[in-house]
Design a protein around this ligand. Structure first.
Ligand code: AMP
Length: 116
């Protein structure tokens, strides 16, 4: 059983967060430290610590991350100008919270993929 993080508390609404979308598979909420005008974090409700821990059985859930990203990008008004989806893995990837998540970033030109 994978260890829970603060994201499990957000899913269960045990701590405050700005949830934009939730269903039986995924939850999406605004990043507490936004790096762009729109910065949403989309996570599976199931605890999967890193991309390395994904299993074939997770494919439907992980596909849902993309359909929710597409819907939220439209809702946030950034679909036409464009946006970036990021998943960080482990220390070299810059992962801080060990519950996989997709970052949805947009609302301004984001520049080159890797900065610094
Ligand atoms: P990562 O570096 O890819 O692991 O990203 C983790 C993200 O979660 C960071 O962008 C944090 O700002 C964000 N984050 C951490 N705690 C919270 C929280 N309580 N509510 C919303 N976002 C959070």
């Amino acid at each position: 059983m994978a260890e829970e993080t603060i994201f499990s508390k957000i899913i269960r609404k045990e701590i405050p967060s700005d949830i934009l979308y939730q269903d039986e598979l995924v939850t999406a909420f605004r990043d507490i430290s936004p790096r762009a005008p729109t910065h949403v974090v989309i996570i599976p409700n199931k605890v999967i610590p890193t991309v390395n821990d994904i299993e074939e059985d997770d494919e439907v859930t992980l596909g849902r991350l993309f359909t929710v990203a597409r819907k939220l990008a439209k809702q946030e008004g950034i679909a036409e100008d464009g946006y970036r989806l990021i998943m960080n893995c482990n220390s070299h990837g810059g992962q801080e919270v060990y519950h996989i998540h997709m970052h949805l970033l947009g609302g301004k030109p984001l520049g080159p993929l890797l900065m610094g």
